[in-house]
Ligand binder design. Sequence first.
Ligand SMILES: Nc1nc2c(ncn2[C@@H]2O[C@H](COP(=O)(O)OP(=O)(O)OP(=O)(O)O)[C@@H](O)[C@H]2O)c(=O)[nH]1
Ligand SMILES: [Mg+2]
Ligand SMILES: [Zn+2]
Length: 383
Amino acid sequence: MAKRKKPGKGKSGSRKLRVEFKTNRSARRRKTDFTHLADKLDDAEADVPTEERLLAKGELSRKRTVIVDDSDTIARQTDDTRIGRVVTIYGRTADVDDGETVWPCSIRRVLRTRSIDNRNPVAVGDLVRFTIETDREGVEAEGVIEAVEPRHGELKRVVGRKEHTVVANVDLVVIVSAASEPEPKPSLVDRYIVSALYGDMQPIICLNKIDTVMKHEVRAFLNIYRKLGYTTLATSAESGAGIDELRNLIKGKESVFAGQSGVGKSSLLNAVQPNLGLEVGRLAAESRKGTHTTTRASLIKLDVGGYVVDTPGVRSFDLSNVPFQEIESYFIEFLDHIPHCKFPDCTHRHEIDCAVKNAVDTGQVAPTRYESYVRLFTDEQFR
Ligand SMILES: Nc1nc2c(ncn2[C@@H]2O[C@H](COP(=O)(O)OP(=O)(O)OP(=O)(O)O)[C@@H](O)[C@H]2O)c(=O)[nH]1
Ligand SMILES: [Mg+2]
Ligand SMILES: [Zn+2]
């Protein structure tokens, strides 16, 4: 947090921060606020350009002050803990929705120091217990996260050798690709599938921007996954194709939208729930390099029930947290073949009489899937 300048004059180690106070009905727009000064760690899921971290002039004046460290200079108003859901995280502060209000909360230091293996003790989607504290005048309320409830359905990746929870407590991972601009990246899709299965979530394969290609191209891409038994979806945020189907799939569920930058994750969510007003990328001509419009994961409550987490696009997805021996089990079409490999410890790469390789040769396993497997195996091995 060294980048956060000019702490307030808090006593005995407390540090004051200016943050925006808002209710859960207000628009979520943090694009230019101070939060871009936050630790790089917390934005690790996005390869966000650093120049976007600049502080817009005059932004601070609209913020309120919260105390961001553990300090007994603030008076406890009550010992009552409340429960809420983390909707977004910036720096060491998290927005927590208790159903009525979104509270900016600091994270109790003990929680932060306890997280050794996982780089973030609190993730978007977490159910947390928090307390509300006031300053000496009893005016400025702030929250402090005291505990995180056990998680299910966790999307994790590795960032700088540490496991990073992108989002917690979701059932579905909607893996979004674009039919064009950017071109689909099967190896990334397959990594997300592995990650979803590893984290006990259901993968959904969504091909967006179908208005830009021929129907047979859409089919060729989605059929690979449909044949494996995964739910597939062809959409266009532009034409509205597939949007009702997408809304029905995520209705009443907890889901996360993931994929490369520019594939249309935020555009799809705007189409699913009009007036959401999520920021979307500039016109294709300007955004060919990948603009990373969404810069942090944020949780959105759906009018049709449930919630969805929009995430920043990624270029790559490191899965070295998944044990090598387990990787083959997440390629479900390999499972029937594996028992027929000559060697019981076959890794299906260079071994002779490998039933998986034979299945690729006879067309039973899609070559792109096999390539993804090999890449996952070799890319991660030497990290
Ligand atoms: N032709 C076409 N363009 C689309 C479609 N969906 C989104 N786009 C455009 O694609 C660009 C990127 O869309 P975003 O919704 O910002 O993409 P994103 O996946 O949220 O990107 P990040 O936030 O950077 O991860 C925008 O210019 C959209 O207008 C679609 O179905 N068809
Ligand atoms: Mg986006
Ligand atoms: Zn084999």
